[in-house]
Design a protein around this ligand. Structure first.
Ligand SMILES: [Zn+2]
Length: 383
């Protein structure tokens, strides 16, 4: 064996291993030890945790599915809070059929609560939405009282500040849990729909973790860029949008996305076992997650309530992701394709020169790939 060459090879292996350990370690530290930003001290012009928690306790002390007395109380609470904030809420009573999936039709009598903070005459409108019903199995502190609380805070802050440029419409939708029937009724019947240029929906699937931007509507590249720039703690990746579109899951956002509206959809997904159970209660809801819901809602209300919402030019898809968990990188699809092609080319070159120099072998590459597949299957089986 050639000793200098063996030393060189070991050195390369060590460097590569160190680099992998460094990147994985950094991501691990970022995700586990420091995953959620601490709740900021109360400040004027920002969501207030004490108010948010009071809302959640009032909204989600017990299950409030459509048709229950608790559901009535929840709606009355939202109406009273909106009036206290100085807006005139409107109730939309309707019978509607939710989006039809193969073999399944969902219908119901729904009572949406709608509030509008008017902008300047002749401008556009944006919609912020969260559902106020829960499943029968649990009180829905996170799903979706945390989002309703965030919207109530956004209404209060918006009313306390200067008049926005655009109308900001708040939809507290009914009957999401039985199949987005309330959102469907709003989209079909509300005269406000005509003016709405963008939709921001807030959801929960668990009681903790970051509130992720996990789905985007049509032509939403500008919205993504503006949100990432304006929000104090944005988190999300376009990979989630790509994966999500192949999953059978839906939220109210689906109703608006299907109508071709641009928009952003947010949800937390930590502590999934609590989702749709009695564990989704106010005590278990992470205050940091509750704060993030409100921060995102407030960012969307003030940013897009005050921006020009002319139709974005063309069908531009955007790629975005957090880099090392610290900041977000975003670019449009054209450079993404160039980067993907460059990555394939570089990989091909690495293989070519590696094989020629005897550093890597095709057999070992296949074995390595097989090991990864085997590990994934084993992890799935164990889970
Ligand atoms: Zn929900």
């Amino acid at each position: 064996m050639n000793l200098p060459r063996a030393i060189e090879k070991t050195k390369n292996h060590a460097l590569a291993s160190l680099f992998i350990v460094f990147v994985v370690g950094l991501a691990f530290v970022r995700l586990t030890l420091n995953g959620l930003p601490p709740v900021p001290a109360p400040a004027p012009g920002r969501p207030d945790l004490a108010r948010l928690e009071a809302h959640v306790r009032a909204l989600a002390s017990e299950p409030h599915p459509i048709g229950s007395e608790a559901h009535e109380r929840t709606r009355r609470y939202i109406l009273a809070e909106l009036e206290a904030a100085g807006v005139e809420p409107v109730e939309q009573n309707s019978s509607a059929i939710g989006p039809i999936s193969p073999g399944l039709t969902r219908a119901g009598r729904v009572r949406n609560v709608i509030a509008r903070v008017p902008g300047n005459p002749g401008t556009d409108a944006i919609l912020l939405a969260a559902h106020y019903d829960s499943v029968p199995a649990g009180p829905g502190a996170s799903d979706d009282a945390s989002s309703v609380a965030g919207l109530l805070e956004a209404v209060r802050l918006l009313k306390a500040g200067a008049r926005p440029r655009n109308d900001v419409v708040f939809l507290f939708s009914d009957a999401e849990e039985i199949g987005m029937v309330g959102a469907q009724a709003f989209a079909d019947e509300s005269p406000l729909m005509e003016k709405i240029r963008a939709v921001f929906n807030f959801e929960a699937r668990g009681t903790t973790g970051p509130v992720l931007l996990f789905e985007t509507g049509q032509d939403s590249a500008d919205l993504v860029r503006a949100f990432l720039a304006a929000d104090p703690h944005p988190q999300g990746t376009s990979l989630a949008t790509t994966v999500y579109q192949y999953l059978p899951n839906n939220t109210d956002f689906t109703v608006f996305k299907d109508r071709g509206l641009p928009g952003l959809n947010f949800a937390c997904i930590g502590d999934l076992p609590a989702y749709h159970t009695r564990l989704d209660n106010p005590n278990r809801l992470d205050p940091r997650t509750l704060m993030l819901q409100a921060e995102h809602a407030w960012t969307c209300a003030r940013t897009f309530g005050n921006s020009y919402l002319m139709r974005p030019s063309g069908r531009e898809e955007i790629v975005f992701f957090p880099a090392l968990g610290t900041f977000h990188v975003s670019y449009s699809q054209a450079p993404a394709l160039v980067l993907a092609a460059a990555a394939i080319l570089l990989l091909g070159l690495a293989f070519f020169f590696g094989i020629r120099a005897g550093l890597i072998s095709i057999g070992k590459i296949i074995a390595g790939g097989g090991a990864v597949l085997l590990l994934a299957a084993a992890a799935g089986g164990l889970a």
